[in-house]
Design a protein around this ligand. Sequence first.
Ligand code: FPP
Ligand code: MG
Length: 331
Amino acid sequence: MLSLSAAADPLLQQVDQLIKDALTTSFPHLQEMVDHLLLAGGKKIRPLLVLLSGRVSGEQRNPSQRRSLVSVAAAVELIHTASLVHDDIIDRADRRRGQATLHSRWGNRSATLVGDFLLSRAFDLISDLEQNWNLLPLMSRSVMLLCRGEVLQLEKSYDYSISEQEYFRCNYLKTSQFLAACCEAGGRIGAAAPAHIRALREYGFNLGQAFQIVDDILDFKDDPEKLGKPVGADLDQGVMTLPLIYLARRQERFRLILEALKTRRMSLSPGLRESIRRAVRESGALEYSARRADQARRAALQALQVLPQTPARTRLSHIAEAIMARAGEVF
Ligand code: FPP
Ligand code: MG
């Protein structure tokens, strides 16, 4: 199984440096919190998508285009990190990327502002591009959709009746549309043909669906180390993930329990939590979800077939394989 390092990119170092520069501030308290975030790093999937999509038409020799790819790659990582800082406040999550969340150390008020700071720095980078690829509307729309995804998820919490279609819509809003936008941004800067940009979007969309389903599966496995965040968090917050939807659809008892949790007629005691987790594992829900993730992976690889055979295309396919590898022995 491949790991993400198989897709790593030499320009990622420049991206890291640019993120660091963009977040340098003369406010020591703000700097301390930003440094805490920088320390954790992250998988950098979104910047990688920008960089690789920018090269699907061949190696990027134009220095201005290379600089723009690095700027946009840094911007999407800043947007993503800002969204996680805010998401952790909303979810009251205490760990992320293997360390304490910002709000659990410095409080909600400071953490909210750090998220805003990151977001504004991201849009600064996009506004300062040397050429206009019309990326501001692409990225601002993508952030708007992220917000809608988060609101939809809140609205649907513990909603046992949610259809798979609604589930995939929610994934689209909170994850896969953003990955598609990262691929499109790279494709535009790299002057890819319109058909190739469509293929990149299709790839990013399916990659995002696979990624989110794998994330759902991992929430039911017992490996907080691998996750870098607590397991069972989706269940605690009432997020209707694919394994839970599968269980609720097939077992009346759990459908009723989830409904009682939603209307607060019941609370999630440690015993109930464990019995739901066990039922999910024993019901075949994880295997079913893994099959759906695998379908999305195959669709992502299929989309890449339209593109010229370049090292960048190969590395995009490695990302799809690496994402599936995260779910481990379920497959
Ligand atoms: C993590 O999902 C969260 C997201 C992918 C998006 C969060 C979006 C917002 C808070 C709105 C946009 C805000 C800004 C500042 C851009 P998850 O909760 O399923 O994953 P997790 O288990 O890693 O928390
Ligand atoms: Mg969350």
